[in-house]
Design a protein around this ligand. Structure first.
Ligand code: ZN
Length: 118
């Protein structure tokens, strides 16, 4: 599938293979129960570069999601790109909030968290 310029958002399906405490930068340390998670984000430009960045292990940790993906037993197992805003993906994805405010610093839609446990 060729890159589509109308893609504005994406969901990462993430597997946490074992329950562990992960420090999310200055945000704090949280317990992530083993299981599957969904994270939705946006990239208005060059979404493929953003996704490649998420898939890369070596990088300067910047966003909340970087800290989660940096953990040894955490991996992305599926990526979905979309033309709808990230907050709509969060709403459609369901799941429960584990870390309030995760990835939602700029959220104006009241998602509560852009990371949910499925
Ligand atoms: Zn949101």
């Amino acid at each position: 599938m060729p890159p589509n310029t109308s893609w504005v958002s994406y969901s990462l399906f993430i597997r946490v293979k074992k329950t562990q405490n992960i420090t999310v930068g200055r945000f704090g340390r949280f317990e992530f129960t083993a299981g599957n998670y969904i994270y939705s984000g946006s990239a208005l430009r060059n979404i493929l570069a953003r996704l490649n960045r998420h898939l890369r292990k070596e990088k300067k940790l910047r966003w909340h999601i970087d800290y989660l993906l940096d953990a040894e037993t955490v991996e992305i197992f599926k990526i979905v790109v979309s033309t709808t805003p990230e907050c709509e993906l969060v709403a459609a994805g369901g799941g429960t909030i584990i870390v309030p405010g995760f990835g939602a610093s700029d959220c104006r839609s009241g998602c509560g968290s852009h990371l949910r446990r499925l």
